[in-house]
Design a protein around this ligand. Structure first.
Ligand SMILES: C[S@@+](CC[C@H](N)C(=O)[O-])C[C@H]1O[C@@H](n2cnc3c(N)ncnc32)[C@H](O)[C@@H]1O
Length: 195
């Protein structure tokens, strides 16, 4: 197991340990009743979310937690753990939002970590708005990556979100450049649905 003092599993995730800790702590503190994740990959971040809610005394179920990914590659260890805690939606966002159940209260938490292109991030956020409850928390991973940051900026400018800013100041430096801009990964930026 990944092993750490908080007790959640850090295997098969792209999150840095401090990002995982923040995700775990926010979810445990806010106890969202209905939530979804965009970009599940091997299931690492979904597992942290599910563990946080178990530890908060409010376990997720397949009717309350949705993992959206057009190409999910959930590791066997996380697949076994998540089987009775989440529904995997094997389709890409934002189209995949159509398949999510509409509850009167709406989703109160979303973790966005799918396609990091500017237009994709913008589309994921704008299309998520009608699904979200007022005050819902939206946590965007890799906000240090230029295109992702600009996609978030555009969604905030469009209206409907309150920008709570970057919660992590430890971007992952790379020696790569895209369009003359250095590539950084990592970062968690928090938005809240206005209203
Ligand atoms: C960085 S990985 C996610 C890592 C995961 N959140 C974690 O930390 O454990 C990005 C994932 O986004 C998925 N993805 C790409 N386009 C997507 C889309 N339109 N909707 C949802 N997921 C998408 C990819 O298939 C990939 O599995």
């Amino acid at each position: 197991m990944g092993g750490n003092r908080l007790g959640f599993d850090l295997q098969h995730t792209h999150l840095q340990p401090q990002e995982a800790t923040l995700l775990y702590g926010l979810v445990q503190a806010f106890k969202p009743r209905h939530l979804f994740e965009v970009g599940s990959y091997q299931g690492g971040s979904a597992r942290i979310i599910a563990e946080a809610l178990i530890d908060a005394g409010q376990p997720t179920t397949p009717a309350t937690f949705f993992m959206i990914d057009p190409e999910p590659r959930i590791s066997p260890i996380h697949a076994a753990f998540l089987a009775d805690k989440a529904t995997i939606v094997a389709a890409g966002s934002p189209d995949a939002y159509q398949t999510l159940p509409r509850s009167a209260e709406g989703f109160s938490f979303a973790f966005i970590d799918g396609d990091h292109a500017e237009s994709a991030v913008h589309a994921d956020l704008v299309a998520a708005l009608p699904l979200l409850a007022p005050g819902a928390i939206v946590l965007c991973h890799d906000s240090a990556y230029g295109p992702t940051r600009r996609g978030i900026d555009r969604a905030v400018l469009d209206g409907g979100f309150i920008d709570c800013g970057d919660l992590i100041a430890s971007p992952v430096w790379t020696d790569q450049f895209e369009d003359g801009e250095r590539v950084f990964w990592g970062g968690l930026r928090m938005l809240r649905r206005a209203g």
